[in-house]
Design a protein around this ligand. Structure first.
Ligand SMILES: C[S@@+](CC[C@H](N)C(=O)[O-])C[C@H]1O[C@@H](n2cnc3c(N)ncnc32)[C@H](O)[C@@H]1O
Length: 286
């Protein structure tokens, strides 16, 4: 069964400003992630920049790169970016080789379902690495409900239409192509990422969700444990972030990480409060 990736926070249907509207490049600013992706860490970049400063000649490794907000924010000369989601990685690889999208892109329900059906046909016929699949993945991500990436048991992408008021679509990704020139992409499980001596690792696994039966994005407590253990064995600087649950804090401390906390963007809680998410930032060898 294909894995499920949870939704980007935020309501349905706001004007699409979060990741769209990149417009002409402002060289003093970093690029916004081209995709909507759950758990984006753009808000952490100013803090991470201070940590990265002393290590900026190292290779940056993101074993859970997701929306690549951190890489775009830190602009490393060399990076290894990995994610278990092969469609995401296919999109980035096509961006690296100069993606120009020529499929029709409109914020239109019937076009969305036609493109969704075509994307599933490509997956079914072994064409998931194609440029067309990368183009449709971008369109579906921007147009579908909350930037979700979800598949049914039969492996079909099944996210419904998003009902946004406005969507800004990019056709050319040249600015991203330049920004990603020094990056290598892999799509594998975290522990198979080929770390090299001295790599600077920024790891942002799917959140630990305590007190729930299910694991977010198929990422279990055992996966949290093996990630913390694997990174504790690395000789270079490591930044490991997560939701600040009690058991995550104990786990990271037990492997000798230095632990601090940060307030994430406000999210609507189940009581309707706009509570800032409490995040843990665990470091080693800094
Ligand atoms: C919280 S997101 C990362 C967000 C990213 N830092 C950003 O700013 O957009 C976690 C990512 O881990 C990926 N993932 C889940 N299980 C994985 C595994 N076992 N190995 C590698 N990546 C995995 C998911 O596909 C998802 O993109």
């Amino acid at each position: 069964m294909r894995q499920t990736v949870a939704a980007v926070t935020g309501g349905k249907g706001p004007p699409d400003r979060a990741t769209g509207g990149q417009g002409p490049p402002d060289k003093t600013k970093t690029l916004k992630p081209p995709l909507k992706w759950a758990g984006g860490k753009r808000w952490q970049v100013p803090h991470l920049r201070r940590m990265w400063q002393a290590h900026r000649d190292r290779r940056l490794v993101e074993p859970f790169c997701g929306g690549i907000a951190v890489t775009l924010g830190l602009s490393p000369a060399h990076a290894l970016l990995n994610d278990a989601n092969p469609h995401l990685v296919n999109f980035y690889r096509w961006v690296q080789s100069g993606l120009h999208i020529d499929v029709e892109m409109e914020n239109d329900k019937s076009l969305y379902y036609r493109h969704r059906a075509r994307f599933n046909e490509l997956l079914e016929t072994g064409q998931e690495d194609s440029r067309e699949a990368a183009s449709l993945f971008y369109y579906l991500n921007r147009t579908g409900y909350n930037g979700l990436c979800r598949f049914n048991k039969g492996g079909e992408f099944n996210v419904p239409f998003g009902q946004y008021e406005r969507i800004h679509y990019l056709r050319d990704f040249d600015h991203y192509r330049t920004a990603l020139a020094g990056c290598t992409f892999t799509t594998t499980d975290v522990e198979a990422v080929p770390l090299e001596k001295g790599d600077f690792v920024y790891a942002d696994p799917p959140y630990d969700v305590e007190f729930r039966q299910y694991a977010r994005a198929g990422f279990s407590w055992r996966d949290q444990e093996r990630t913390a253990r694997w990174l504790a064995a690395h000789d270079g600087p490591v930044v490991l972030v997560n939701q600040a649950t009690g058991r995550i804090e104990s786990l990271y401390r037990s492997f000798g990480y230095d632990v601090s906390f940060a307030s994430g963007p406000r999210r609507i809680s189940c009581t309707g409060d706009r509570a800032p998410a409490r995040e843990i930032v665990a470091t080693r060898n800094m």
